[in-house]
Write a protein that binds this ligand. Structure first.
Ligand code: ADP
Length: 507
């Protein structure tokens, strides 16, 4: 019977044997370990022995062991007392650096009559030995690092004792109150803090209810949002306190931490306002849409209601378009803020796209729109749907904020590039002769949710979420173009869009 032979390595030495004798074999790590022989009465070190020299203190002999390990001196002394008093070996885990632990064993050595002559104490060190001076230097370094971390935190940290003496104040806290370490926190005059209000009730905060005083009084942590008057307005701060107690349970110190939540609260408010507005804006066209479709159902096929049905069908289309525009704007805004908004440029004739947008608006609003520069093809590489969206938005705003019979003007022109290296620019303009935009609003109209509370000129009431121009700006920026507005109150507004055209190829 054929047998599969076990493969034999070329030199007939098994892989494990090869590994064992391989020159790259790793030397097993020697764990730093130190053994002290101590006098039992005062724990003075008589002799030492260590696995590696760098963990041995050069001046260990002649010094009491607990004194050489100041961080854990008390625990060591307890262990040594226990072994000396009981005559039995014992062990503990001492806290080491960075959360590690140092196993420490201690055993008594007795002479012939049972008297303990020495104690043998062994420690598995996690780091080279640090003498008292080194430990202090290390402690100071850590304190300095911690100080720097606390100073760079975007939160305020205040540490006071039960008499309100400041033990520590980080940079943010110092900047806010100007209180220095060693000073006492001021209380009074009057019943209330002059600058603090409860953010929820808006009531001034009484001195006795200031978070750190409440914590000293009750022994409990306190959390509140305070509105604090600052030089240039009001800041909302989330304040939390943490007490420290002595052995009898009395509060000895309090740490107070505060975070400025003004911006967070503002964003929250903005989100809430937006949701309110959005639901209102979506509901507004829904009601008439439902009503119109009910009447259409009732009247359809009745010759004397034929004209009503036609009119209602037109209204259904208008309301549905408005809902669809609002939903599309919300989706676009989500994409823009999430950072995944993109355009998809293709070579196309932009004058066709612009004329389509104009035709749609004319059909809906029956307004005169005069065009110049659109009677020839404008070849460029853009996302035609997105540019249609921009033109539709600018045109519908122009119609909304001006009134017939004043016409809307649309102009397209190619602006030659100044340096001849880059492409030329295609400049589009949408001009109306409506109410105009006041100069204080002009810099903000392309911002998210920015709306000016002015009455529309076509009498259809206010609509929109203040997203239209924000989205236009994002679309044009994604095309490496520019968008801006010029306006004079009472005379009208001109919106400009500039898109880069392909480089001029030399003929
Ligand atoms: P919405 O999407 O709500 O229509 P937009 O972002 O399009 O808002 O416009 C922001 C604000 O800019 C509007 O509230 C309006 O007051 C103002 N605005 C925009 N276009 C015009 C214009 N052609 N004339 C006057 N005001 C305008």
């Amino acid at each position: 019977m054929a047998r599969t032979r076990k493969p034999v390595s070329k030199n007939n030495i098994s892989p494990s044997t090869q590994r064992a004798f391989s020159p790259q074999r790793e030397t097993p790590a020697i764990h730093p370990c130190v053994t002290y022989t101590l006098r039992p009465d005062d724990y003075v070190v008589v002799s030492t022995i260590a696995t590696t020299q760098d963990i041995l203190p050069h001046d260990a002999v002649g010094r009491p062991l607990p004194e050489m390990w100041p961080q854990v001196g008390a625990m060591l002394a307890n262990l040594l007392n226990q072994v000396r008093d009981s005559g039995l070996p014992a062990a503990i885990a001492l806290p080491g650096q960075a959360g590690s632990s140092i196993p420490c064993t201690c055993a008594p050595v007795s002479d012939g009559d049972g008297t303990i002559s020495h104690l043998i104490c062994t420690m598995m060190c996690d780091m080279p030995f640090t003498s008292t001076g080194e430990a202090e230097a290390e402690g100071a370094r850590r304190a300095a690092v911690l100080d720097r971390i606390l100073d760079n935190l975007p939160v305020g940290v205040l540490w006071v004792d039960a008499e309100l003496n400041v033990l520590y104040a980080n940079k943010a806290q110092r900047a806010r109150e100007g209180i220095l370490v060693g000073e006492r926190l001021p209380i009074g005059p009057g019943d209330h803090h002059p600058h603090w209000r409860d953010a929820v009730t808006r009531a001034p905060v009484r001195w006795e209810d200031m978070p750190f005083i409440r914590t000293i009084r009750t022994g409990q942590s306190v959390e509140m949002i305070a509105s604090i008057a600052t030089g240039d307005g009001e800041a909302e701060q989330l304040v939390k306190t943490h007490p420290f107690y002595d052995a009898q349970g009395n509060v000895t110190e309090v740490i107070m931490i505060w975070v400025d939540v003004t911006e967070m609260q503002r964003l929250d408010q903005m989100k809430e306002d937006f949701l309110n507005e959005a639901s209102h804006e979506l509901r507004a066209p829904l009601e008439p849409l439902i009503l119109a479709s009910r009447f259409i159902q009732r009247w359809i096929g009745q010759p004397d209601h034929e004209r009503d049905v036609k009119r209602l069908a037109g209204e259904v289309a208008t309301h549905a378009r408005r809902i669809s525009r609002l939903v599309a704007e919300m989706l676009d805004m989500t994409r823009i803020t999430a950072g995944y908004f993109a355009v998809d440029p293709i070579p196309c004739d932009l004058s066709r796209t612009i004329l389509d947008a104009i035709e749609d608006q004319q059909t809906i609003w029956k307004r005169e729109i005069i065009t110049t520069g659109l009677d020839r093809p404008l070849s460029c590489s853009v996302d035609p749907e997105r540019i249609w969206q921009v033109m539709t938005n600018l045109l519908s705003n122009a119609i909304k904020y001006s009134s017939a019979p004043e016409p809307i003007e649309v102009n397209a022109e190619v602006i030659p590039a100044e340096n001849g290296v880059h492409a030329s620019w295609l400049r589009l303009m949408v001009r109306d002769h409506g109410c105009g935009i006041a100069s204080e609003h002009l810099p903000h109209i392309f911002s998210r949710f920015y709306r000016i509370m002015q009455s529309k000129q076509n009498g259809k009431g206010r609509d929109g979420l203040g997203l239209g121009l924000y989205i236009c700006h994002s679309i044009i920026t994604a095309h490496n173009g520019h968008i801006w507005a010029e306006s004079t109150v009472g005379q009208g507004s001109s919106f400009f869009v500039e898109l880069p055209l392909p480089p001029i190829t030399p003929s």
